[in-house]
Design a protein around this ligand. Sequence first.
Ligand code: DLL
Length: 437
Amino acid sequence: MFYMYDRETETMPREQLRRLQGERLRNVVRRVYENVLMYRQRFTEMGLAPEDIRSIDDIAKLPFTYKQDLRDNYPYGLFAAPMREVVRLHASSGTTGKQTVVGYTKKDLDIWGQVMARTLGAGGVTRDDIGHISYGYGLFTGGMGGNLGSETIGCATIPASTGNTSRQVTILIDFKPTFLLCTPSYALTIAEYMEDNKIPVESLSLKAGFFGAEPWSESMRREIESRLNLRAYDIYGLSEIIGPGVAYECQCQKGLHVNEDHFYLEIIDPDTGRLLPDGQEGEIVFTCLTKEALPLIRYRTRDVGRKVVEPCQCGRTSVRMEKPAGRTDDMLIIRGVNVFPSQIESVLLGLDGIAPFFQMIVEREGNLDKLTVLVELTEENFTDEVRKLQEMSAVVQNAIESVLGIRVKVRLAGPKSIQRFEGKAARVIDLRKEQIK
Ligand code: DLL
């Protein structure tokens, strides 16, 4: 029997769920029409009235919302609740442009707590557990969101936040948390620190880890699971929709269940905006069905994913999404070929003697794109023998080229020489724009 935090909702018959979604969509459409000037104007331009939305099937009639809309209405222009009802603000990191602000009413925070409690519950967490939250606190949603879910279940919760890995490890050993939340790249940094300091993994009490905020591969999952001796679950979300808690993995670890009673998932063709058939890869679009402060309609996430509608063994009735491969704007197009950093990560994890830390440098040489992958050797495999290094470099190059289908250059780097990240890893350095100018 799979444990569920909210069995009634998580196993709701689909007919009933669709009716609930329809009802909630009608309410949210009315809410944004009455309170958000941008939506009222867009509806009017399209000749659309709130009454035209009767069931969830009518969602395709609604306009999309883009990241740029949040920027144009910075900071509060898309809020559908008066500021006196807003009790929390967060902001996106702003790595791809100006930061954007998101807000929550008290009810929004309750919903966030519920969806995060389902997320942790799906990995077996109950109130008898102790949670260690190493996502960043502050304006990033990871720390506070994880904290809320853990406290909603009733777990003793450690707001460790990011950084100071040696202190984190002391807390992990002394406070005996049974589950950990952080980015997958930071989970590996913790594992590395323990190995470097000869701290046996048996000194930890962790059973489960909830890793997200950046794409990570199945091989990375296996690596983290074996090095930290826990089960690693993927969790997905974005600030604009609520933060972490939009979708979560269950113990089957076969895709992420969407919290569909709150967030409606569509997969569209990013070029035409048309809905794609189930199972096809495209851009992930979410509609907030219940949010009060910032209910975005058909928000274009720019994440690339696939919807899975086949029932899951765990008994949850929600649709799932496959592990997101990356973002359309993280996706590099190199000589016409789509390349995601997660593909390189997978290749490197399959090779002996190579650490799973890397950096991709994209340059323009004449009219051609050139990809260089900077790869880190492990301590054991580090050598100053030129022939050995050349051999290793060729092995890595062949392995990457056979997966990507394009030529790459590989540069080997010494142990621990590639930057480590406490939050989201930034692996791509794209120099092309500067070189074209
Ligand atoms: O990263 C919220 C979050 C915190 C999710 C903690 C999971 C855990 P943002 O900073 O707004 O919010 O970034 C959202 O991160 O559009 C994806 O591109 C990426 N992302 C988040 N989770 C995953 C995941 C948080 N599990 C952006 N797999 C999203 C792949 C992810 N990408």
